[in-house]
Every structure is written in C-alpha cells, then in structure tokens.
Design a binder for this molecule. Structure first.
Ligand code: ADP
Ligand code: MG
Length: 942
C-alpha cells in the first residue's frame, strides 16, 4: 500500500499550580488544527503557526466548548489506531514533550473517572471489541510486555526476576528484539490493568531505590494482538498479528542540547542517548521524505529506543505522535522546540502492511534457519558428521520479506548460538495458550511476593491494582516527583514495632544512605482514646527527616507529615482516624501534601535539593555505572553503545561480562573515574550447550591471565567473541585457541602501550607547564626576611599540598635552589615542614620498595572530610610557597587524576597570581572540581 504519514497531534495542558502561582502567561493559542505560539518577549511579531492533524486545547476545563478531554484524544487517535490493529497493521503511539508537559497524563492518565489516558482506554476497547466480534470462527489472543529504557538499559517491568539490563539483539528473521523480555498472556482488561499497575509499581520501586530520574526513562507498553480465523468450509486457518506499541518518552528538554547548559547539557549528551537519536532518526526520515528519495542512512542502531522502534518509525507501522505542550511563557523555548520536532515528524511516511500469517511463516522460516545452521555447524566439524548433508551450507539466511540476507557468513560460535536461540524462539511460538497463561500467573505470584517482602501492602482481596487506602491502619504512601509514580506504593504500620531498613525489616528500602536498620515505627494505643499513636524512632546515624527537619530522637507523627528516609525515599504518613477527625473539625485543606512540598521543606530547612543532588549523582557516574552499584548490577551490560549495533547475532550489544572490575581498592577510589577494567581471558564454560567432555586445554586449565588497561572497552567484544568460541567450540583445536588468545593479548598489550605513551605525553606537558610557571613567577631573593611569619600550624599537615609522589618533582632552577637552602637555614618552620615531608617521602619509598608506576595514583584522602577546606602550609608566605619542593601553587590533586593538578586549591576562590589558569588550556584528564553546592550538600549529609 502507499505510505501513510505519521499522524501528529499536539496538546496543551492547564497551568500547573506553580505556574499559576507565578502568574504565568499562556503563549499557546489554537484554532482548528492550527497551533500558534507567541514569543513572550516579542508579543507583536513573534507568533509562529504550525498545522497538525490535531491540535488539542486542554488548557481550560470541560465547560469550554473547545476543551479536549481524555476521551476526545482517545476517540481521535486511539480508536483509529485500534481499528488499524484489527486490520492487522502494527501500530504505535508516541508521546513526546518536555517533562511535566502531560505525556504520561495523555498516555496513562489518572485513575479518577474521565481521567484515564489512551493506554487504558485502548486496552478496554480492545477487549470490548474482541467480545463483540469473537465467534467460533474468529478467535483472538492478547499478550503484553512492558519495558523501560533508562540510560540505554532495558528493564522488564513485568518480571521481578529481571534486574535491569536485558540485551537488545537482532535476529535475521525477527529483526531487533529484547532477549528474555516477558510476554504475558492476558484474558481480560482487568488482567491488563493489573499488569500496567504492577509495571508502574516496579518502575517506581526501581527508580526510588536507585535514585533514578523517571523523567529520563522511556516506557514502552506493547500489546501483541493476534486474530485467528478458521474457515469452516476449507478448514484452513489464517492469522493476523499486529503489535501495538504505546510509548511514553523521556522528557525532551535534555535532548535538545541547544537549550541545555552545564549539567543539563552533559546529561543530554550522556544520559538520554535514545531521545537524541530519535531526533536524528526523525530528521533523517523527514528529510528523505521531503526530498522524495530513499533514505541513505538512518541511525536506528545508535540507541536502544530507535533500534526497538525501527519498524514504527518509517517502517511497517501506522504511527501517531502526540506532542505535549506546556502553556507557560517560561517554557517558551522548550515548547517551540517541541512544536518544531512535531512539525518534522509529520513529514515522515510509514509503509504499513497487514501482517498476515506471520507466525506460521515465521515458524516455517525459523525451521529452515535451524536446518541451515545445523548444516553450517556440521560443515565446520562442530556436530556429529553423520548428520551433515553433503550440500555446502547456504550463506544467506531467509528473511521475513523474502529478501536474501546480506549478513556475512557465520563463524561456529555465532552459528551455535543462533541455533540455540532460534530453537528457543520456535519453542516460544509453539507454546500453547494454557502454558502461556500458567507462566503469566506464576510471574504474577512472584511479583506480589516480592512486593509483600518489601512491605508493600496489597489490597484486601490480594490484588495490587489501583489506589486503595486502609480505613483504620496508619500507613505510609510513597511520594514521587513524577505524578505517575506518586502514591502507588503503600506500607502498613502495624501495631507494635514496624522496622525499616535493608536487612531483617518489615519495610525494605534500599538506595543511598539507607542503613541496614534505618528506623522503626512504634504504634501503641493511646490509653485515653484507644487511638493508635505512632512514633518514629530513627536509628543512630540514619538520615531521617520529618517535615524537612532531621530527627535524631523519637518523634510522634501526625497524619499528613512528610517523611524522608535516606536521600530519596519520600513518604506521607496517614493516620486515617486522625485525618477523619480533622476533616470533621473542618480543618482547611492547605497545600497539597506531595513531593514538591516535601522537597521544598527539605531545601528550606536543610539546604538539600534532591533534584540537584540526583543530577549531580547522575553526572558523576560513568555511563556504565548508572544502574547503581548495589543490588541490580546485571552480570551483563545490555547497552548498545558506540559503535552501533552490528547486524547479526555475532555482533551484539557491547558485552561487558568479560570485563570485571579490577582490584576493588584500585582506581575506582575517586568515584568519578571510570573503572579500570581487567580483561579476563575466558575460561572454557561447561554450560548445557557444550559437550561435557571438555578435555582440559592449556587455556582452560591454567589460571586466567589478567591484563589491566585503561577504560577503553574496545577489546571486550573481541574477547567476548572468543569466549563464545571457546564455549561452543570444544572441537576448535587447542593450538588454534591459544593462537587466538595470543592475538588478543597482543592487541591488549599494544593498547596499553598506546595509552601509556599518551600518559607520558601528558606528564611531559604538565612538566613543561610547571617549568613555565616557575619562569613566570618572579623569585624575590632579598625580601625573605620581611615575609610574614609562617602560621603556627603550617607544618602540621603538609600532606594536602605535598607534591604528587608518583611524578618526579621538577628540579628547581638554580635561584630557587639557593633560596631553598637559605630558607632551610633561616626559617625553622619551613625546615620542620620540609623535613617532615622528606621523611614521609622516604618512608613511602621504602615501604613501596620502589616508586610505583605512574599510572597508579596514590591513595587519596577521604572523599568528604569534616573540613573540606584544603590547608596550604605557609600560604601567607609566598616565598615558602614558591620554594616548596612540589613547585609553586601545587594544588591538591584532582581526585581522579594520577597527575598533579595545576588548578588552584578550591578554597582560594579566585585564580592565584602565577597560576596556569591565565590563558593556557587546562591540563588533560584533570577531574572536575567538586562544586560548592555539592560539597555543601555532602557536608550536610552525615
Ligand atoms: P510528563 O509525563 O510529560 O512529565 P505528566 O503527564 O506527568 O507530565 O503531567 C504533569 C502534571 O500535569 C500531572 O500532574 C498531570 O496530571 C498534569 N496534566 C498534564 N496534562 C494534563 C491535562 N491535559 N489536563 C489536566 N492535567 C494535566
Ligand atoms: Mg511522565
């Protein structure tokens, strides 16, 4: 069929409470399908017009005849897409826009009547229509999956065993897919609603425990809808399968680097690669459409999101995008950017086809693929030769559209792995409906058991769906910055003691600053009224705040109090009986007791900004670390990093499994420095897929050699590949295996050499600069006697500013040496300090036996000292500073740099005279200085 354009709608929401309180002005007007935006700074001639398929005015209320309700949005977009799904097309609805603009409201909505979004309405309609149209000849089945992409990691929201980090792979017949993503059979709308709610809960738990910003994650809710028609006359069955993808994208504000600065820009670059790539894909597709030519290169593979949505963006899909707009003048730039984005998107044309009998065809083609792979393996001597047919293996696999595949010939490892995977897919496709339902039910029980273990309350009927509130029992409700994630987790406070923490507790929390035993709630009946009185008792050293105030002693809680435990678990305490009494007494409702209030209080009382704190954490973490180092670090990293995903199974997302962290006390100490990976030569695995006979080859029996290199992950895929070869290739000769290892080692060695020489370069550059510095600074020889006396405590702690021990201190020029001698003779304080430093140096060298290699930085002082000010001995005496053996202005080392930092000490606040800040570029690989708010925040968090 001819291509159809992507349907594009824009929707403007009402002012938020904050915007109203700031008397924001509305910069959006809508007339029919046209949306106008006025630049608040140029109101006269700054209006821009855009036309879309739909322009939804949701800024006012139901009384306004132009008001677009949730129902109307669904009727226009959802119903059309559902109709396409019944026709057998793949469909996709994407919600795009800046955080807080209304994406989740449009997609999921709220539980109250009339507030449900497109997803629940579409699911309800789907089942209603199935019930209407179903007959003995026509049967339907629905399967659901729900995933989240955060920092390029895929998390299955429906499988509690999946701990973040599923791999995105490509199969020549299936295309890109998420390996091991659960696809659950559902029989009613209630089942789907239950899964949606469970998924949202799982998302909330993960985001809170791991201090993630939910606005940076993409949520993809997928429905696989199959229709099977049995012709009574011919008894032939035909099948149509359509995939409905409903995507709530991450906030767009960071995707547009032009509008982002500082932390935001960095986040845009590092954290939301998927959204940035989506922009590039849309631009490339739009450009191709406008030039009426076939797109040359579309960077689908550059991110997980675009790779998974490949078909939905310009491929086999009927696609709609809803761009959510903020009406406020303060969001003008972002809103204009969203409108331009939507304008580009409407140019894209998709080429949807009805997916008729895909399963039958797929199984047929998969079986052919299995035969081909077996032949291939036999030809390489990797299976029983008796099974081998004489025909040479075909080199190109079939594809779904019948095109000959273009992938390169497979090696034994890839072939073996693909064979196993294809057989697994066939088994899944052949699974009966009953088996699927059983699996779904088992997962539901597991999900509920996990929530119960964490102390999350279930409804009295055992269900987890929906908001429910106990009538009598005091409880905690979670609060979240994201309204979708707020108030979806409820924890009962039982009579007696309810413990909170990580280990052996009733309410299990994790994440930064949560202690094993964090606090407890004691609920005792009041002797006079009989009403439960709940006291919060923090454990020693546990960060616990009530209404923004840190508490260290037991405190009696009142209904409505806001509690913050650790750094990011925010709750509202509710005492139903107290709340009822307050209502009856006509107490004024006051401001909403939500996350924003809790955050405001914390900021006012403690100076802690949770948002900023999280942004800094995100910024400080290396990309691979963002999933949190605690409990959910998966064994494999499913990221699809640079270089982009390669076709075929041989090239999968960058595998990190062969990269294990080096010695724990090693270079990770700085917290921000990327880990130095150790590449471990893989040992022969004895998995079920391999022969048990594994006669020990030299490579498998000897301990795995370890080579430490700089953080480039480049060698990892090759080693991974080798590991696979090792695993699947019992038949590969030992000599061949050893040769491969040697090749890899040689590669790693040359990489290490390259990086070492780069380091040498850096050291040379820094030495040059130290030399320059010494030349620039005049060395007064005759005013030493007039200098201020050294501070009394000066020599006490020379360590913060002693020269970096790993690098040889630059030899002082003659004049400086003479002055050094003079000072040693004349100035006892200077002499004491220098002698102490020399003694320390000597002790260090003797302890180490020999100077340590340059690449291993010394132990650094504790990251957060009580007094973050760095002391500089003799700072009031410039001569001492100049004469100090480490060179003038030798600042404390940058935390993650093994080389001397040439930046002024943070306490100086302005560049020093003679520092290198004046003009010369900053030295390479010097770590960012911790910012003042950062230190402040850290200082306030014990
Ligand atoms: P996003 O998902 O884009 O970050 P949300 O959907 O969470 O934004 O919306 C932010 C807030 O604005 C929520 O409290 C939501 O209920 C409200 N909101 C958004 N759109 C509308 C709308 N059309 N009508 C009423 N409230 C809305
Ligand atoms: Mg949202």
């Amino acid at each position: 069929m001819a291509g159809a354009s992507v349907k594009v709608a824009v929707r403007v929401r009402p002012f938020s409470a904050r915007e109203s309180s700031r008397q924001a002005k509305c910069v959006i007007q809508m007339r029919g399908n046209t949306t106008c935006i006025t630049n608040p700074k140029l109101p006269k001639d700054g209006t821009k017009h855009f036309t879309f398929d739909y322009s939804y005015w949701s800024h006012t209320s139901e009384e306004d005849p132009n008001f677009a309700s949730q129902r109307r949005v669904y009727q226009d977009i959802g119903e059309e897409m559902l109709a396409h799904a019944f026709e057998g097309y793949n469909v996709c609805i994407l919600a795009y826009g800046q955080t807080g603009a209304g994406k989740s409201y449009t997609m999921m909505g709220r539980q109250e009547p009339g507030q449900r979004g497109i997803i629940p309405q579409l699911c309800e309609d789907l089942f209603a229509r199935m019930a209407r149209e179903g007959s003995p000849e026509l049967s339907f089945s629905v399967e659901v999956s729900y995933l989240e992409i955060y920092c390029e990691r895929v998390r299955d929201l429906l499988n509690p065993k999946s701990r973040g980090g599923l791999r995105v792979r490509e199969h020549p017949l299936l295309g890109p897919y998420v390996q091991d993503l659960s696809r659950l059979a559902v029989a009613s709308f209630a089942d789907i609603a239950d899964l949606m709610d469970s998924g949202n809960k799982a998302r909330t738990v993960a985001a809170t425990n791991m201090n993630e910003t939910s606005s940076r994650s993409h949520a993809v809710f997928s429905i696989v809808f199959s229709q099977r028609r049995q012709d009574p006359l011919s008894e032939l069955a035909t099948e149509k399968v359509s995939r409905i993808s409903l995507v709530d994208l991450a906030g767009s504000e960071r995707a547009d680097a032009s509008g982002a600065k500082g932390i935001r820009l960095k986040e845009g670059a590092n954290i939301n690669k998927s959204l940035t790539t989506l922009g590039k894909v849309i631009s490339a597709l739009a450009e191709a459409t406008s030039k009426k030519k076939k797109p040359e290169f579309i960077p689908y593979r550059d991110s997980v999101l675009t790779w998974l949505l490949k078909e939905n963006l310009g491929g086999n899909s009927r696609t709609a995008m809803i761009a959510a707009l903020s009406p406020a003048d303060c969001s003008y730039e972002e809103t204009l950017s969203t409108l331009r984005y939507a304008d580009r998107t409407k140019q894209i044309r998709c080429h949807a086809v009805i997916n008729e009998d895909p399963n039958a065809r797929l199984i047929r083609e998969l079986r052919r693929e299995v035969t081909r792979l077996r032949e291939l393996l036999s030809a390489q001597g990797l299976t029983d030769p008796s099974l081998t047919s004489s025909a040479p293996p075909s080199t190109a696999p079939p594809t779904l559209n019948g095109d000959p595949g273009l992938e390169p010939p497979l090696g034994p490892t890839e072939a073996m792995e693909r064979l196993q995977e294809t057989e697994k897919i066939i088994a899944e496709l052949n699974e009966t409906w009953e088996e699927k339902l059983r699996r779904t039910e088992a997962l539901r029980l597991e999900r509920e058991a996990l929530l119960a273990e964490m102390g999350v309350a279930l409804r009295e009927d055992g269900g987890t769906v929906g908001v429910f509130s106990p009538k009598k029992t005091p409880h905690l409700v979670n609060l979240n910055e994201d309204p979708l994630m707020s108030e979806c987790l409820l924890y009962h406070i039982k009579d007696g003691v309810t413990r909170v923490g990580r280990v052996d507790v009733d309410i299990k929390l994790s994440g930064p600053s949560i202690q094993d035993q964090h606090c407890l709630f004691r609920s005792c009946p009041d002797p006079s009224s009989g009403e439960a009185v709940v006291t919060l008792e923090p454990c020693e050293g546990a960060e616990t705040y009530v209404n923004g105030k840190q508490v260290t002693e037991p405190v009696v809680l009142k209904s409505g109090n806001r509690l913050i435990l650790g750094q990011n678990h925010v709750f509202r305490f509710t005492h139903p009986e107290q709340a009822r009494r307050q209502r009856e007494q006509g107490a004024s409702p006051g401001p909403p007791l939500d996350w924003n209030l809790a955050q405001r209080e914390l900021l006012e009382q403690q100076g802690i900004d949770m948002r900023l704190h999280r942004l800094q954490e995100l910024q400080n973490q290396p990309q691979g670390d963002k999933e949190g180092s605690e409990q959910t670090q998966p064994p494999e990293t499913p990221v699809c990093p640079e270089p982009p995903l390669c076709p075929g199974l041989g090239c999968r997302p960058l595998p990190v499994p062969s990269v294990v962290p080096s010695v724990p006390s090693g270079p990770r100490r700085a917290g921000r420095r990327e880990p130095l990976p150790v590449y471990q030569i893989p040992q022969r695995r004895r998995g079920p897929g391999t022969s048990s006979s594994s006669s020990s080859s030299s490579s498998s029996s000897s301990p795995a050699p370890r080579v430490s290199t700089e953080p480039s992950l480049e060698p990892a895929p090759r080693l991974r590949e080798e590991e696979e070869k090792d695993e699947g290739g019992e038949q590969v000769s030992e000599v061949e295996g050893l040769r491969l290892h040697l090749d890899r080692l040689a590669g790693i060695l040359s990489e290490v050499r390259r990086q070492n020489s780069a380091k040498d370069e850096q050291i040379r550059a820094l030495r040059d600069r130290v030399g320059q510095m010494e030349r620039i600074i005049p060395i007064p020889l005759d005013d030493a006697d007039d200098a201020d006396p050294p501070p009394q405590d000066a020599p006490r702690d020379p360590s913060p500013c002693r020269p970096r021990p790993r690098s040889d201190p630059p030899s002082p020029p003659g004049a400086a040496a003479a002055r050094l001698c003079r000072l040693m003779e004349q100035d006892p304080a200077f002499r004491r300090g220098r002698l102490r430093w020399l003694r320390q140096e000597q002790a260090r060298l003797m302890a180490g036996g020999s100077p340590q290699p340059l690449l291993q930085p010394p132990r650094r002082p504790p990251r957060f000292q009580q007094d973050p000010k760095l002391r500089f001995p003799f700072k009031s005496n410039p001569q001492h500073r100049l004469a100090w053996a480490g060179g003038a202005g030798d600042a404390p080392q940058a935390d993650n740099s093994p080389l001397p930092s040439l930046q002024p000490p943070p306490h100086s606040g302005r560049p020093r005279r003679g520092s290198l800040d004046g003009g010369s570029p900053p030295p390479p690989r010097v770590r960012r200085q911790r910012s003042a708010p950062d230190l402040k925040a850290r200082g306030q968090i014990p």
